[in-house]
Design a protein around this ligand. Sequence first.
Ligand code: ADP
Length: 457
Amino acid sequence: MADFHMTRLNRLERAKPGNDMRMVYLEANAVRIAFRALSNETSMAGLLEVLIRNSLERVGAERCAVALLRDGEFWIEAEARATVDGVEYVMESRQLQECDLRRGVFMAVARTHRRALLDDAPWLAEFERDVDATQRTQRSVLCVPLLGQSGLLGILYAEKDSGPGVFTEEKVALLEVSALQAAISIENARLCAEIMRSNSMREAAKQELRELRDGLGWGSSHNTMRQLAASIIHEVSQPLVSIASSAGAALRFMRHDEPNFVEVEDALKRIELDSTRAHNVVRSLRALAKLSAPSFSVFDLHDIVQEVLLVTRSQLEEHTIQFDTNAVCGTSMVWGDKIQIQQVVLNLVINAIEAMYEITDRERRLFIRVSTSGGHVRLAIEDTGVGVEKDAANYIFAPFFTTKSHGMGMGLPICRSIVQAHAGQLTMEPLSPYGTCFEVWLPEARQRISTYPEPGI
Ligand code: ADP
């Protein structure tokens, strides 16, 4: 583009070989200044102001106007008029009226896309039906098209009362070159406005998506709750069935002619174990009932691991998944909403289990490791499942990403937002030679209380 401008400038400078070179230099310099001022403007209002001011000053006009085409109609967007008190600017948009400007000249430029100078005899012939023009022949009018890549953008209009010949060839050329740069800048400004409009539309769409995601998040946590509830029902009914059968066995051993107290004692021990198991499950259910209202407290990640294992035990058994954890009671105290963190861990464990469904050529193993480092508690959930691609961390947390036929792809983004709302981090890395590791980092309870305010989830 710069080369093109220079070509136009050179042509302008060479146009009058006999002219005073200093004059040519000054005009060319004026063009450069006008160029710079116009190309620096990216807002339409600023651009029109620069254009109208430059045009009035540089061509010595008494009145200038910029009209732009919008939906096939001309709108005067900016006007400047030299008065005895200085220059008056009107930067308001109004539709072009019959009485505005020298309409005949103006419309000829609109039709031909060529500049028109109304103190030039051959041009006058073209406008002889322009009554207004013939009545006021003492007025010089110069009209230049603003031609962009997309066609005619508008017209730059200048007039002066003091007779013919006021718009010299240099001034006409100057206005034409200004119009050329102005057209480029107008197209750029429109593009900028369009980009800004698209950006704000994209922001609005992103906001909608966020709201949708939050909404879906709620639904998804409901889904998780349903899964949790189904597991709990399964977990409670199993020990109840077992208690009933152990109690029946104990009764039978008691009713023998010679009661077998060893067998009775074994049955009672089984009843005791099963009732403890059922009791624990009911405790989880109670915790689940509080799910709707987030409440922050200090809790042990070890408990979360145990509770999640309790509700996923049947799935682990069904798919012959070996399980291993180093979570030790009292070593992993964190601050947060226990139920939400439970949801996160449950989601990650269910994902790990599901990733191992299809594995037949190696052991299916789930490791849950807890450690502390730099004021944070790290919970790592590792599996020997199908694994993920090397660069999966770039997209796996994106909403709606799923490889499962029944999946929704909302689990991981929700988990990540919960963990982040706890001032923590959720990360993922592929394991070698197979499997995946998800890590939940949460601030250690003491660190959390002293460093951060309570998060508003
Ligand atoms: P969903 O389970 O509904 O697909 P998620 O957001 O929980 O939604 O998981 C998104 C995707 O991430 C899964 O479909 C799966 O492709 C991948 N993924 C998650 N966890 C694991 C894992 N442990 N191993 C392999 N892939 C996983």
